[in-house]
Structures are given as structure tokens and as C-alpha cells.
Ligand binder design. Sequence first.
Ligand SMILES: [Zn+2]
Length: 99
Amino acid sequence: MEHQDLLSGLIRLHVLHHAVEGELYGQWMIDELAHHGYRLSAGTLYPMLKAMEKKGYLVSENRRDGRTARKFYRATPLGREALEIARLKVKELFGEMIS
Ligand SMILES: [Zn+2]
């Protein structure tokens, strides 16, 4: 992905947003990000999800989805708290960037 270092924080927030709203799995998140113009490979997203789990923002659970075994992620209380803080920061930045 182009400008990955710069944009990866926004992608993490996007992931966290959906993990707070419900559950997600890797391929679903790749498709969702693609709708928003981010082209991420599994090789980029999966380590990102793993790292967010290691930091305590997400928890995962292996479950079968029909014939496919999937790893479902959702936000932890720490993830919810972090998203709330980030929401205020994004709002602040949005006000300055978009006028
Ligand atoms: Zn989204």
C-alpha cells in the first residue's frame, strides 16, 4: 500500500471501529477497507490484527463459518477506551483539516 506508514494509524482505527461495533475476520476487513479505497493484502492486515491483539485492543476466537475456519476479532474494554480517545483526536484533526 502507498504511504503505508502514514495511513496505517487510520487503518487501525478503522479496524477498531468495526471491532467495537461487532465482530470481524480478516477477509471481511480487507473487503471493507477496499470499499474505502485502501488496498491491503492479507500479508499486511493479518500481522496488524495480531499486533493489535497482542497490545490488548482485540481478542480473537477461532470458529467455523460454514466450511471455513475463521479467526473472529472483537474489541476489548481497552480497545473501546482507546477508540473513544481516538474519536476525540480525529474530531479535533478533522476540524482543522476539513474546512
Ligand atoms: Zn468501515
